[in-house]
Design a protein around this ligand. Sequence first.
Ligand code: ZN
Length: 145
Amino acid sequence: MSRTFADSRLVEAIADHIRFHRKVIASGNRYVSAFGTRSEAAGRFGTVGDSTVLVEVQVRFTEKYVYMHVPGAPRHEHRVQVGARAQCQGHGCIDPVHKTPDSAVFLLGDDADGTAETALPLVQKAREWAQAHAETCRAKPYTAR
Ligand SMILES: [Zn+2]
């Protein structure tokens, strides 16, 4: 798969979210959450009904207790998964959301760029769905009327 400039920027943005979350965790502040989802825009398709389908990549952070074989305290494992979703903004659209399965589980300490790269095929799938949906969806944009 060839990579566009926009995809390179997307990978960069995802890797930045991962690096930022590392810093937050490393700060040791007990009020910060190890859980959370960050989103990054990854596409936008105009529908035949004049509405929009938005594609975004989601970076999900979780934490898991891992018991070690040696006796001792359990340790935390900070994890990252990426996924992509497409959402139609059409008012009354009958099939507005498409989500890809999440990526494999990565550790927060793994190579951030490598983790971020795995989002691209998922984003591609979400874009394909978005484009196909945009070509057929006649739901109108929501106008609050
Ligand atoms: Zn729709």
